[in-house]
Design a protein around this ligand. Structure first.
Ligand code: PEP
Length: 251
């Protein structure tokens, strides 16, 4: 039985006004099929207001794909937590592997972004995951656990309710190659123990998402794993029917 509670769409640098409208319409019209699931859509910055205003539907939360660690000032191209809040955002992806790889985000910067996000009372979706060579070298858990510890350093247990951790093996992102449910669960079980170690019993309630080529055909099995509480969905979140099926698979 799936036991997922949260499904997040990451549109990356894709989508347009038409997709925002189509997605919201489809999720609203079919909402009774996944009533127990919290759905979040993270569009590019320019489409946030489409989802929070023009085609607003209050059962879909809106997230940003990244945020600045700074509050304001001379940071051309950046967007702050308060600006996101004002735009109606309630979730922020932090440390996505594409941000780490393509924009050289360091663990220290990711830690600052998590802190900025939590201080603004927004939910932080911390993304972690090993690459192919790290997995092949048997370093998966070393890499993932270090990323989590570094990103959550100095975070008080009181903030646990605003943190989500997404395990996204880099080799499975956008590649069509998915971690098997067993591979994903193996890491999630360790993640569960780690967040309990870091935050105490309340860590048992922290949502742990899997991301990496989740599709309608594999979502149910992944979401049925004991420690997988939902998914972070890239490519399949750009197709309304596929994303809808994934939301239904979580119910
Ligand atoms: C992602 O970018 O977070 C992701 C999981 O992408 P995909 O589903 O396309 O692998």
């Amino acid at each position: 039985m799936p036991n997922a509670s949260l499904v997040i769409a990451n549109w990356k640098m894709n989508g347009n006004k038409a997709l925002a409208k189509e997605m919201v319409t489809s999720l609203r019209d079919n909402h009774e099929q996944f009533q127990a699931v919290n759905v979040v859509v993270c569009p590019p910055f320019t489409l946030i207001s489409d989802l929070t205003r023009e085609c607003y539907y209050d059962d879909i939360a809106v997230g940003a794909q990244t945020v600045s660690e700074h509050e304001s000032g001379a940071y051309t191209g950046e967007v702050s937590t308060s600006q996101l809040k004002e735009a109606g955002v309630s979730y922020v992806l932090v440390g996505h592997s594409e941000r780490r790889q393509l924009f050289a985000e360091s663990d220290e910067q990711i830690n600052q972004k998590v802190k900025a996000t939590l201080s603004a009372n927004l939910k932080a979706v911390l993304c972690v995951g090993e690459n192919k060579s790290q997995r092949d070298a048997g370093e998966t858990w070393d890499v993932v656990s270090q990323q989590v510890k570094n990103a959550l350093q100095g975070i008080a247990p009181e903030s646990t309710g605003k943190i989500i951790v997404a395990y996204e093996p880099v080799w499975a992102i956008g590649t069509g190659e998915t971690a098997t449910p067993e591979q994903a669960q193996e890491v999630h079980e360790k993640l569960r123990a780690l967040v309990v170690e870091l935050f105490g019993e309340i860590g048992n309630k922290l949502p742990l998402l899997y991301g990496g080529s989740v599709k309608p055909g594999n979502a149910k099995e992944l979401f049925s794993q004991k420690d997988i509480d939902g998914g972070l969905i890239g490519g399949a979140s750009l197709k309304t029917d596929d994303f809808l099926s994934i939301c239904q698979a979580a119910q």
